[in-house]
Design a protein around this ligand. Structure first.
Ligand SMILES: C[S@@+](CC[C@H](N)C(=O)[O-])C[C@H]1O[C@@H](n2cnc3c(N)ncnc32)[C@H](O)[C@@H]1O
Length: 219
């Protein structure tokens, strides 16, 4: 039996359910709403530069990538997007997702989804995409380079090792001063770890169905 199943979340957008982890790729309260709130509105939209380097941990179904692409187009930004994942979702699952229809970007989602892994692809003159099929723990990240990190790993219950402090130290080193990390997670231990690394930690209202999310700024 296939490990992945496409499901519908509360805002009508799809997510992927992973049987072996008993975990969803996005919030079942609304995948699209969550991605827009956490990563776009409280992430890239808070960067003042027009040339923005984005690092994503957990490329998954490419929802955050698609929304960032549309953000860059609308706001006339130049975006370099680097995304890590250990799992490449099968094309029958990616083809079944309704994100492209919901945001009216069918051709763009196809281009992003079909772009090769492990090579930098210039999707448009304003958006370059490098999808890396590698664990973030093993990645050789550029230092003081990223403006924003989207931390979109599975939750601690399903994948506790993704919330190890050593990963966040590595992400801190890869951020520019004043750069930020955003995540849907609001766990106390995460916030304590981020503070002890040197981040300024802010708890923000979460997306629908979640009280809080976390933003951590490299000061
Ligand atoms: C919550 S989902 C990401 C959803 C995604 N951001 C999107 O927009 O569709 C978490 C992802 O983290 C990936 N992942 C698991 N272990 C990882 C690791 N060590 N490094 C990077 N990504 C990992 C999973 O395979 C999964 O695709």
């Amino acid at each position: 039996m296939e490990d992945f199943k496409v499901i519908k979340t509360a805002d009508g957008s799809h997510s992927v359910y992973v049987d072996s982890l008993d975990e969803h790729y996005h919030s079942y309260h609304g995948a699209l709403n969550e991605a827009q709130h956490v990563f776009i509105n409280n992430g890239i939209d808070t960067v003042s530069d027009k040339q923005i380097n984005v690092l994503e941990v957990g490329y998954g179904a490419g929802l955050n990538t698609l929304l960032t692409f549309l953000y860059a187009k609308e706001n006339e930004c130049l975006v370099n997007y680097e995304a890590y994942d250990t799992v490449i979702l099968p094309s029958n699952i990616l083809d079944a997702l309704n994100y492209a229809e919901l945001v009216d970007a069918k051709a763009e989602f196809k281009t992003i989804t079909n772009s090769s892994w492990n090579i930098m692809c210039q999707i448009t003159p304003f958006f370059s995409l490098n999808k890396l099929n590698e664990k973030i723990q093993d990645a050789n990240l550029k230092q003081s380079y990223f403006d924003v990190v989207y931390y979109d790993a599975f939750g601690p219950r399903a994948q506790n090792e993704m919330w190890d402090k050593a990963i966040f130290q590595k992400l801190y080193d890869s951020l520019k001063t004043n750069g930020c990390l955003v995540t849907y997670c609001a766990m106390g231990q995460l916030k304590r770890d981020l503070k002890s690394i040197g981040f300024h930690v802010v708890s923000l209202p979460g997306p629908p169905g979640k009280r809080e999310m976390t933003k951590a700024i490299k000061i």
